[in-house]
Design a protein around this ligand. Sequence first.
Ligand code: NAD
Ligand code: IPM
Ligand code: MN
Length: 371
Amino acid sequence: SAPKKLLILPGDGIGPEIMREARRIMDWMAQARGIRFDISEDLVGGASLAVHGQPITQQVIDAARAADAVLFGSVGDPKWASAGFDRRPEIAILKLRQELGLFANLRPAKVFDSLVDASTLKPDVIRGLDIMIVRETVGGIYFGTPRGIETLPDGSRRGINTEVYTTAEIERVARVAFDLARKRDNRVCSVEKCNVMESGLLWKEVVTALHDREYKDVELSHMLADNCAMQMVRNPRQFDVIVTGNLFGDLLSDLASMLTGSLGMLPSATLGAKGEDGRTPALYEPIHGSAPDIAGQGKANPLAQILSFAMLLRYSFDMQEDAAMIEKAVSNVLDRGLRTPDIMSAGRTEVNTAGMGEAVVAELDRLNKAA
Ligand code: NAD
Ligand code: IPM
Ligand code: MN
């Protein structure tokens, strides 16, 4: 069969540093397992602004649409802080999600056994944690209108954003959550603020109706978003799948990452609707950003990027065995005590970004030869 078309978009800050390590894994797969990818790479974010004067070009959007899957790094660079709101690097990822219709952002938070002591929470609270946050990513307050900054007659100004969700938008993301739950612990917790927001009220009604119509076998619960944030720290293992809107999902997933030890550990997959050609548009990225505070210092943890590549193999290419092998290699490297600074603790061995990538490849090689 034709080689799989992969578009790689490293972006800004630590993006290119961690993407280099993901590419190391791809190169190893080509050499050791004969898996051929047709890889192209392009600019997004500040890197694109510097060359093209815009955070993402039409050419990159078209290439993303034509690819079988996109592996994204991160965008955002304080250098562009004064470039204006419509020329900020972050537009790149927002536009990709919109243009490709990537509405379901899967953010798994899983604790590796040997990282139980890297979390700021007590080991007993997080050991064995395995939750999946399904975040809606093309609607809600991120994209609703009216929006903008207005000047009032008295000269003062107001900033406006609007939370909007339609029945169809809620239903399609809830469906993803219910389907995932069936393959996991069969429980979905739907999170909104129906006590304050009409969009939350509709969210709850639509999720409930879909459940009662088609997913009665799945256990559904509802939680207000503020309580959910608290429950996630109090007793995170009560959750299996969480489904929520764009903004709440953004916040709750960063929160969930610290349960696993570091923001540098969490991968994600963002999926769209299956097209007429049978393909599902998909983009894979760490949940963290460009980390300007540590960029260029070799300190970034590449595991979220590497695990995002594993998700890509799993969801877009149905390469379950290869994905599992990468996850196993990561787990073994952590078991051996190798740590980037973000997950470092006493008695472990500190490595830099490249050191971690090299260790994962060495472990893959060992696993492959043993198999
Ligand atoms: P951030 O996620 O970049 O960083 C938050 C903190 O976590 C920082 O202290 C950083 O050093 C640390 N961190 C993040 N990733 C890490 C890794 N792999 N290894 C070790 N430590 C890591 O969030 P921020 O500082 O609020 O935002 C920085 C920029 O990134 C902003 O411009 C923001 O808009 C952008 N951003 C982009 C994306 C994306 O591209 N999808 C996601 C989030 C933030
Ligand atoms: C994320 C990021 C983005 C978001 C930003 C960079 C637009 O925080 O992917 O989590 O808010 O969705
Ligand atoms: Mn975020």
